[in-house]
Design a protein around this ligand. Structure first.
Ligand code: MG
Length: 356
């Protein structure tokens, strides 16, 4: 048996840390003297003490450390890998936000001497596909709002329509300062959930995805919930800018499934997050700085599930107008069997003469 002092020295932890681990139930002493309260440790506990210290340095939450320490080494290793994959995904998201904020705060006022202003040029298209009896998708594009919603359940069609109609009220808001736009979008999604509740009052399990962008004049505010997607074609590269809220994506994030395995997973369409009338919606929200030449695609999973990214990139790059691009993409999904409703919105950021 080692005294707490000797154990601290051997494990390179402080007695204070060891007392804390004891209180947190991460590492109990092997014996506590009933008279003095003095803690004693077994030499065999050194390994666990070091593991706890390393995991704390990694930033792992205490509850999860407790779980990891209880696992045999191969399972503990898998848990750590899953935790780290999650940290990296989380960090990437925050890095994007930080990048946007830095650009936003340092950018000179966007009014150049040629007096040009940015606008959207857009087109939307939706098709029932070849298999489904009805089209429950809703696609919309206007001067300020782009939206795709994919309804499910008995009232899926009315649900996706209600969601997009609710978002359209933002188009009528006079001027939206970039600083307020995310709050407005978040509030609109909560309103959309109430609208879904109204249309699905007597039905069970009706809901909708929503992937939408609201134009502020210099940036696009993205709101996203579910497994519809947004892509950006910039400088010839295609970037997916949304994260699917699906069971399968969660498994990929946790390192339990590879993206290749996901494409054939039986539960690949199971959502973990959507706009429903039964729970508050928790959308992803972020701002994208618009650049002339950018082309955005919003689409339902009926497109992204059957048209590979490389084909999406090729069609978006080749087709000159948003109208031709969105028609070509929907046609590609139909050619691939059209197993689901297919919807897309394509929008270009263009520079036009005149003061904005
Ligand atoms: Mg769908």
């Amino acid at each position: 048996m080692l005294t707490i002092g000797a154990f601290a020295k051997a494990s390179r932890l402080t007695p204070k840390a060891l007392r804390l681990y004891d209180e947190l139930d991460l590492l109990r002493p092997a014996r506590v003297d009933p008279d003095t309260g003095y803690r004693y440790y077994a030499a065999g506990q050194l390994e666990r003490a070091r593991l706890v210290a390393w995991l704390r340095r990694l930033g792992m939450p205490l509850a999860r450390i407790r779980e990891v320490c209880a696992l045999p080494p191969p399972d503990a290793a898998r848990e750590i890998r899953a935790y780290w994959a999650w940290v990296e995904a989380e960090t990437a998201e925050r890095r994007d936000l930080a990048g946007f904020l830095i650009a936003h705060l340092t950018a000179p006022p966007r009014r150049d001497p040629t007096m040009t202003t940015l606008r959207l040029r857009y087109a939307a298209h939706s098709d029932r596909g070849l298999v489904r009896p009805a089209n429950q998708d809703t696609a919309y594009a206007g001067d300020r709002l782009l939206a795709v919603a994919d309804g499910y359940g008995p009232a899926g069609g009315p649900a996706s329509t209600a969601v997009v109609e609710t978002l359209k009220t933002l188009e009528r808001t006079a001027e939206i300062p970039a600083g307020d736009v995310l709050n407005l979008l978040e509030a609109a999604v909560q309103d959309a959930a109430l609208a879904v509740r109204d249309v699905s009052a007597d039905e069970e399990e009706a809901g909708s995805t929503l992937t939408a962008m609201l134009w502020t004049g210099s940036s696009l505010a993205l709101v996203h919930i579910g497994d519809s997607r947004a892509y950006l074609l910039r400088d010839g590269g295609l970037f997916r800018i949304t994260h699917d809220h699906t069971v399968v994506q969660s498994l990929i994030d946790e390192g339990r499934l590879t993206p290749e395995e996901a494409t054939s997973h039986p539960q690949r369409a199971l959502l973990v997050n959507s706009v429903t009338g039964t729970a508050p919606a928790t959308p992803d929200l972020r701002l994208h700085d618009a650049r002339p030449g950018d082309r955005y695609l919003l689409c339902s999973d009926g497109l992204s599930a059957v048209v590979p990214d490389a084909r999406i990139r090729a069609l978006l790059s080749a087709e000159p107008s948003p109208e031709e691009a969105v028609r070509a993409l929907v046609a590609a999904a139909i050619d691939a069997g059209g197993p689901d409703n297919v919807s897309g919105v394509v929008a270009d950021v263009v520079e036009v003469p005149g003061v904005g």
